[in-house]
Design a binder for this molecule. Structure first.
Ligand SMILES: Nc1nc2c(c(=O)[nH]1)N[C@H]1C(S)=C(S)[C@@H](COP(=O)(O)O)O[C@H]1N2
Ligand SMILES: [Mo]
Length: 498
């Protein structure tokens, strides 16, 4: 358990086995019993719960330990069974906070299990040695000689001390992060969790969901471990070309009027057909209102946003002050922002690329001008203030599919965040562009699904797609893979019909 715990903390995952079991008890305890116990124990309920879980675990471990007297393998089935149960519990708990990959949560458990098997064998070794060589009856422990007992005791104390040291070390290691994750889990925000509106999905199997789950949403940042910030410690400064500087705490932010909306966010580095794009329901506080409250001075045309780890972006004021839903987001798909997506607060500015308007862990807004200020990506040569371009993708068929000749349904998605999609066109085998049918979109900021039935004969086929935005921009077919601009080109796939 100590090994699992240390690894859980070192890998900055959320749930170690003991915590997972305790969580499950909390979740499944009938309400009246939970209330009674809480009333009785007061603030001590969590420590007592952990102690009880720990004692039960120790009792089970002791029973399993007894099986080890005859060899290293008799306890194995019980150990594997308990390990599997632990994995199920941990995975179930981590699904409640879909931040990192679930597969990673299993690593500490497997390491813990292997340690358990090895350590138990090591502990029981003196007993085995004795029963093999000297005593024919291993079930009468009263007859163990002094040396065996001393050996057993020394090994037990050694392992116990190591486990204790490991547990304490792990506890310190992940304390801040775990605490932040806990705060995050306990937050109740005045936001809604919106299902995708009616009609946004095309009815074709294999199309990626219109709403991207937090778990599936791409993550893009340049720190190995995202900053862990307690909401209580979070503070936002608004300054620069404003009449009044503003300092805002988390609760003050949450207490303001909440705005919500669907928005598609994409990275400028997304490959044609790539997955660095997602569409979510965001909740937060209007950036336009906040800035207007500070009094924007004449001449200002940009906001330089800085994050807790020092990352910066430069956002044109025009993208914030018009009627799109530019916001300081506190929730994503109805849940407090996952740490990896900017907890506790990040900005979302529909219509511009992530490096222009979408500062995660944002702590500072400086009202300034595009001429006077720079941003991280701008200094690396990316154009400052770049608006997102038109793009589109084929989800089905998938590249390399083998299909039956006849009617084949093609479908996918298209976007120009902030502007919207006018039409989508599909061409098969280099033929003319045919208009696809569009599903609904609740607004200009989210992507649109498209579909088109195609009549295909036997043989190899090639399909490509282009989007046409509401402002007339036609997606360019010129393949461009620049270091400092969006990738362009049409998404194309090949499939076989027979
Ligand atoms: N603090 C911070 N914010 C950041 C970044 C970063 O590296 N650090 N990357 C940006 C980029 S390039 C993109 S595309 C988006 C990605 O947001 P996501 O990780 O929530 O999908 O975050 C933006 N905000
Ligand atoms: Mo990005």
């Amino acid at each position: 358990m100590a090994v699992s715990h240390v690894l859980t903390m070192a890998l900055t995952l959320r749930v170690s086995p003991l915590v997972a079991v305790a969580d499950q008890v909390v979740v499944h305890l009938p309400e009246p019993i939970a209330d009674r116990t809480k009333g009785f124990l007061g603030g001590l309920d969590k420590p007592v719960l952990m102690m009880v879980v720990g004692l039960v675990a120790a009792a089970i471990a002791a029973w399993v330990g007894g099986l080890a007297r005859r060899g290293w393998w008799p306890p194995l089935p019980a150990q594997l069974l308990l390990g599997a149960a632990g994995i199920v519990l941990v995975l179930d708990r981590s699904a409640a906070a879909p931040d990192e990959l679930a597969a990673g949560d299993v690593v500490p458990l497997v390491a813990g299990l292997i340690t358990w098997v090895a350590v138990l064998s090591f502990l029981a070794e003196p007993l085995r040695r004795w029963s093999e060589t000297e005593a024919p009856d291993p079930d009468r422990p009263g007859r163990h000689p002094e040396t065996t007992r001393r050996d057993l005791l020394a090994r037990g104390v050694g392992v116990g001390l190591l486990a204790l040291a490991g547990g304490i070390f792990g506890e310190r290691l992940g304390k801040t992060r775990r605490h932040v994750e806990e705060s995050r889990r306990l937050l109740r925000l005045p936001v809604t969790d919106r299902r995708p509106p009616r009609g946004v999905r095309v009815d074709v199997d294999g199309v990626k969901p219109w709403r991207t789950t937090n778990r599936a949403f791409f993550r893009r940042h340049e720190v190995a471990v995202p900053p862990a910030i307690e909401p209580d410690d979070w503070q936002l400064q608004i300054h620069g070309l404003v009449d009044r500087d503003l300092v805002l705490g988390y609760q003050e932010l949450v207490d303001r009027r909440i705005v919500e909306g669907w928005a598609t966010l994409t990275c400028v580095t997304n490959e044609v057909g790539g997955s660095q794009i997602g569409n979510a329901w965001w909740s937060g506080v209007s950036l336009a209102r906040l800035l207007r409250d500070s009094g924007i001075r004449p001449g200002a045309d940009a906001v330089r946003q800085t994050s807790a780890e020092g990352w910066t972006c430069l956002t044109p004021l025009s993208a914030i002050l018009d009627d799109r839903n530019a916001m300081l987001a506190i929730a994503m798909n109805g849940e407090p922002l996952p740490i990896g997506h900017g907890f506790p607060v990040r900005s979302i500015v529909p219509g511009v690329y992530g490096y222009v308007g979408s500062c995660k862990w944002v702590v500072d807004l400086e009202v300034t001008t595009m001429d006077a200020a720079t941003s991280d990506w701008g200094e690396r040569g990316w154009p400052e203030g770049l608006a997102a371009g038109v793009g589109s993708r084929i989800d089905v068929p998938e590249d390399g599919d083998d299909l039956r000749a006849g009617t084949v349904y093609a479908a996918g998605t298209a976007w120009k965040p902030g502007v919207g999609i006018e039409s989508v066109e599909v061409a098969i085998d280099g033929g003319t562009w045919q208009p696809a049918e569009l599903a609904r979109a609740p607004g200009a900021d989210s992507w649109v699904q498209w579909s088109l039935p195609l009549d295909v004969g036997p043989g190899e086929h090639r399909l490509r797609v282009r989007g046409i935005a509401a402002d007339g921009e036609v997606q360019s077919g010129m393949p461009r893979e620049p270091e400092t601009g969006p990738r362009t080109g049409w998404h194309a796939i090949g499939f076989d019909a027979s």
